[in-house]
Design a protein around this ligand. Structure first.
Ligand SMILES: [Zn+2]
Length: 542
C-alpha cells in the first residue's frame, strides 16, 4: 500500500498540538482485540487452504457464495474463530453433513463443533454467506463503480479494514493458507482478474460466467482480490515468467506504454533478491479506480499512466518523474509484504519500510548510487518522528506513516553501519531468501542481521523502530586544545553506532557510544561534517 496524500499544514499542526497535549492512548475496542489478537480459537489451528467461490451481482451490489476452509488442528478443541463483517449474513456453516452452530461477536464468528476436533487432524468446513458489503476504509475495501463508458467496475482493496469485509476467513496476519482457489461468477460480458494462475472460465448458462484462478503459494487474506470490469488483456513474458496486463479499452494504448516499466522493475528486484516470488502464478498488473495495491501476483494500478505519484514529484528531488511510482512500489511488495509477511500489523514496517527501500534500490539499479541516495534522502522531509514505527501487538493497530519513509532511511543507515556494500547486498539477498513465504516479526529480522554481521544491532533497530526520536550525535569543541568530544544521545541505553565524520573527501569512522569520548581534529566547528546522507541522525554541535 502507499501513503495516500501529503498532510496539510493544518493537519500537521493539529497532530503536533494533539501530541503535546498528551492525550491518553486510545483504548483498543473489543472489536480491535478480536481482530488483532491471535487468540486461543485462532491459535488452536493452522490454515491450509481456502476455496473462495463467490457470485457477484453488479446491479444489486450483492455477493453470495461459500468459502471452503481447510485447516489442521494444533490442539484438541471444539471451537475456532473465523471473521465476517457484521453487514454480511452467515447462511450456514457445515462440516460434511453436519450444520455447525456459531456465535457472532462484532466481526468475529466463533464456530462450534459437536465433537472434539483432534490435534494433528485436518478438517474442511464450508462457510456459506451473502449480503451487501459496506464500502469502508481508504480505498472502499470493495467498491461497485462504473467505468467511464458505463460498464460495471468492481474492485477490492481491503488492507487495514480486513478481507472479512467481503468474504469469510481467518482474518489476521500470522497464519496463511498454503494455496487457494478463487472462483468468481459474474455477468458474461465482464472479466474477472484475481490472484494466481488463470485456470479457465465456465459458462453457467444463466447469463453468468465463472472465472477460476489458482494461487499456488501462501497468500495474505487482504491480498485476495477481485477486479471485475470491461478489461482488455495483453500478455508478455520476462524469461519464463508470464506477464499479464489488464486495462480499460479507452486506456489501452497509454497502459501498454506505461506498463512496459514492469520488466525493468522485475529485473531490478530479481537482481537484488532473487527470482520473482510467484513464478508459477505469474505477474499481473491491472488498472483499478484507486491509486494502487500490492495484491499478490495481481498488482492493481491507478496512477493515471504517468510517472511520479499522481503526477507529483514524489520525493521532490527530480528523480520520481523518471518512473511510475505505483508500478515500482506496489510490485516491490511481492517480495516484502506478500512473500515475506509480518505476523502482526504492529510490525508492518517489514512491508512498507522495506518496500520503500526497494524503490531506492530500483533508483540505484537504474541510475546509480548518487541518484539512489538523493532519492532516499528526499524522503526525510516526510518523516515526523512523533511515534514509534512499531505499534502495540494484538490490537490491529496500524503503524504511523514513518514506517515507510523512516523505515527506508533506517535501512539506508544500516547499509552504512555494515559499511561493506558487497556484504550488504549478500545480507539483503540472503535475508529475503531465508524468510521468503514466511510470516515474521521484527525480532526475526534483528536476530538474522545480528547473526550474519556478528554485530549487536539490537539497540540500533530498537532506537529507530521502537522510539519516536532519532539518535542525535552530540559534538562539543575545545578549539584551543584542537579536540572534539562526541557521544550519542539516544533512548536506548546501550545505543552505539559507527558514523562517518570529517569532510566529504576524507570521512573517518567514529565509534560513538552514549558516553563522551574525545578525539583530536584539525577541523573547526564550521568545517566538521557528518555524513547525514548515509546515516539518518540528527547532529548537535554544542
Ligand atoms: Zn506499500
Amino acid at each position: 500500500m502507499i501513503f495516500s496524500q501529503l498532510p496539510t499544514v493544518a493537519a500537521l499542526i493539529a497532530a503536533v498540538t494533539a501530541l503535546s497535549a498528551q492525550p491518553p492512548a486510545a483504548t483498543p475496542t473489543r472489536a480491535d482485540i478480536l481482530r488483532g489478537a491471535y487468540g486461543p480459537y485462532r491459535a488452536n489451528n493452522d490454515l491450509l487452504f481456502y476455496h473462495l467461490d463467490v457470485r457477484v451481482d453488479p446491479e444489486k451490489k450483492f455477493l453470495s457464495g461459500k468459502v471452503t476452509i481447510r485447516f489442521k488442528m494444533l490442539q484438541d478443541a471444539t471451537r475456532i474463530q473465523l471473521d465476517l463483517h457484521a453487514a454480511l449474513h452467515v447462511d450456514k456453516i457445515v462440516l460434511g453433513d453436519t450444520t455447525l452452530k456459531y456465535e457472532r461477536d462484532s466481526g468475529a464468528v466463533f464456530v462450534d463443533f459437536p465433537e472434539t476436533l483432534r490435534a494433528g487432524r485436518t478438517y474442511s468446513i464450508e462457510f456459506y454467506y451473502s449480503g451487501n458489503p459496506v464500502e469502508t476504509g481508504r480505498f472502499g475495501a470493495i467498491t461497485f463503480k462504473k467505468d467511464p463508458a458505463g460498464h460495471p467496475w468492481i474492485n477490492t482493496a481491503c488492507e487495514g479494514t480486513g478481507a472479512s469485509v467481503w468474504w469469510p476467513n481467518k482474518d489476521q496476519w500470522r497464519d496463511e493458507v498454503e494455496s487457494m482457489e478463487i472462483s468468481v461468477s459474474i455477468p458474461h460480458d465482464l472479466v474477472d482478474v484475481s490472484n494466481g494462475k488463470f485456470m479457465g472460465k465456465t459458462d453457467l448458462g444463466d447469463g453468468y460466467t465463472r472465472w477460476d484462478w489458482l494461487v499456488q503459494y501462501p497468500i495474505n487474506n487482504y491480498d485476495v482480490s477481485l477486479n471485475i470490469g470491461n478489461y482488455q488483456h495483453w500478455a508478455d513474458r520476462l524469461g519464463d515468467l508470464p506477464l499479464d496486463f489488464y486495462a480499460l479499452p479507452e486506456n489501452l494504448e497509454k497502459a501498454k506504454k506505461q506498463f512496459a516499466q514492469a520488466k525493468g522493475m522485475l529485473e531490478a528486484y530479481q537482481h537484488y533478491f532473487g527470482e520473482y516470488p510467484f513464478q508459477k502464478d505469474g505477474y499481473k498488473l491491472i488498472e483499478a479506480p484507486y491509486s494502487g495495491m500490492e495484491h499478490q501476483s495481481a498488482v492493481t494500478y491507478g496512477n493515471r499512466f504517468a510517472n511520479g505519484y499522481l503526477e507529483r514529484d514524489w520525493t521532490g528531488v527530480g528523480i520520481s518523474p523518471r518512473f511510475d511510482f505505483i508500478i515500482i512500489h506496489e510490485s516491490g511488495h511481492e517480495w516484502f509484504g506478500n512473500s515475506i509477511t509480518a505476523a502482526d500489523v504492529s510490525d508492518m514496517w517489514i512491508h512498507e519500510g522495506f518496500t520503500t527501500y526497494l524503490e531506492c534500490l530500483y533508483v540505484e539499479y537504474m541510475w546509480g548510487r548518487d541518484d539512489g541516495l538523493k532519492y532516499t534522502n528526499g524522503y526525510k522531509s516526510r518523516v515526523r518522528n512523533l511515534q514509534p514505527i512499531i505499534t502495540p501487538r494484538g490490537i490491529n493497530k496500524e503503524p504511523p506513516q514513518d514506517q515507510y519513509f523512516k523505515g527506508a532511511l533506517f535501512l539506508n543507515t544500516l547499509r552504512s553501519v555494515v559499511n561493506d556494500d558487497a556484504r550488504w547486498w549478500t545480507l539483503l539477498h540472503d535475508f529475503y531468501q531465508h524468510f521468503k513465504y514466511q510470516n515474521i516479526m521484527t525480532e526475526d529480522v534483528v536476530r538474522y542481521f545480528n547473526q550474519q554481521t556478528g554485530m549487536n544491532l539490537t539497540p540500533v533497530f530498537d532506537q529507530y523502530l521502537r522510539h519516536p526520536t532519532l539518535p542525535a550525535l552530540e559534538l562539543k569543541w575545545d578549539e584551543a586544545a584542537g579536540t572534539v568530544a562526541y557521544r550519542w544521545k539516544a533512548d536506548e541505553p546501550g545505543f552505539q553506532m559507527p558514523i562517518r565524520v570529517g569532510t566529504k573527501d576524507h570521512w573517518q569512522i567514529l565509534q560513538p557510544t552514549v558516553e563522551w569520548q574525545t578525539m583530536k581534529t584539525p577541523l573547526k566547528k564550521a568545517e566538521f561534517e557528518v555524513a547525514t546522507d548515509l546515516y539518518f541522525v540528527t547532529v548537535s554541535k554544542l
